[in-house]
Write a protein that binds this ligand. Structure first.
Ligand code: SAM
Length: 305
């Protein structure tokens, strides 16, 4: 799997360390409050339940099937990696720069006896893995927190096999407008006001004591992040084109047929990517849907040719 020989350290993690200053800055930000945080009562069943209720993770897991290699880039505490691993024989690699996040994921796997996840600490801009190794790469919520998202993308797809699939999730230039406005209000009036303005925080607040760490890590990640950029579907399509990746599907969908038939949840069909105006419209529409309310993340999936 790796380019160079490395042994697990005594905490069971492959640790390549970090050399770049921006990466160090971002990862120092997550060390005290790993994202996404576990609740005290989280167990294997609960992770499965959360993943199965999420349309994207549930469908992606089905899409992967069995006997595959999967790299999650920027896995944080690796809840998605763990979800993809449970009850499958897939080999999952949870890769992140923040040691403390990976350690939480590793401890969770030990507690729950999950054996098919490897934990790797390193910088996604480095060339740590073999070329053409993984069948699937999932990288969501990560590249917009790096110094050069496009370059990061180009680096990670080297590790993807031909005919393998890559999923990219980024903050949307239009869909994140509500969060950007809340960031400004938070700067002016302080963090407390977020409990009125942010729907996810309002939900977590209902059980404030239990969700204390989750609340802090959400505020940290969404409102106080030192490095953040905004992107569009068209920008990702350009990255795809330049790197020989064929568009497969996106959330929000830009396939007129699917949208008009209210069939957006049909994940296993290759979509049309629509035209520029439909894509623009769908991204502006995000502001008024759950996607916009929960941070404005959009997803594009492609296949390496
Ligand atoms: C917002 S969290 C997302 C975690 C997870 N993907 C999710 O969606 O819940 C971003 C993660 O990206 C990681 N990250 C940022 N820059 C990185 C880099 N250059 N190399 C490796 N990981 C990085 C951070 O350590 C952090 O855990």
């Amino acid at each position: 799997m790796f380019r160079s020989k490395i042994e697990k350290n005594n905490e069971g993690i492959y640790d390549f360390g970090l050399n770049n200053e921006v990466t160090k800055k971002v990862n120092n930000f997550y060390e005290p409050l790993p994202f996404p945080n576990y609740s005290k009562d989280d167990d294997k069943r609960k992770i499965l339940d959360i993943g199965n209720k999420n349309y994207l993770s549930q469908n992606f897991k089905k899409f992967i099937g069995y006997g595959k290699t999967v790299l999650e880039v920027g896995s944080g505490t690796s809840q998605l990696s763990i979800y993809l691993a449970v009850n499958t024989n897939n080999k999952i690699c949870a890769f992140d720069g923040t040691y403390n996040s990976l350690k939480q994921g590793k401890l969770f796997c030990e507690k729950e006896n999950i054996k098919n996840v490897d934990f790797v600490r390193g910088d996604l801009f480095e060339n740590l893995f073999e070329n053409n190794y993984f069948d699937y790469i999932w990288c969501s919520g990560v590249l917009h927190h790096t110094k050069n998202p496009k370059k990061g993308f180009e680096n990670i797809i080297r590790f993807l096999k031909v005919n393998g699939y890559v999923l990219v999730g980024l903050y949307n230039r239009y869909g994140r407008i509500l969060t950007v406005l809340r960031q400004l209000v938070c700067k002016l009036f302080g963090e407390k006001i977020l409990f009125f303005l942010d729907p996810y925080l309002r939900l977590l607040k209902k059980n404030k004591e239990k969700n204390k760490d989750k609340i802090n890590s959400w505020i940290n990640d969404q409102y106080l992040h030192p490095v953040e950029s905004l992107h569009t579907i068209d920008e990702v399509l350009k990255w795809f084109k330049e790197n020989n990746i064929e568009y497969y599907t996106s959330i929000p969908s830009c396939d007129f047929e699917k949208i008009s038939k209210d069939d957006e949840k049909n994940f296993n069909l290759q979509d049309s990517k629509g035209d520029f105006f439909l894509r623009l419209f769908r991204q502006i529409q995000m502001i008024f849907t759950r996607l916009g309310k929960e941070g404005g993340l959009f997803i594009v999936i492609g296949k390496k040719l």
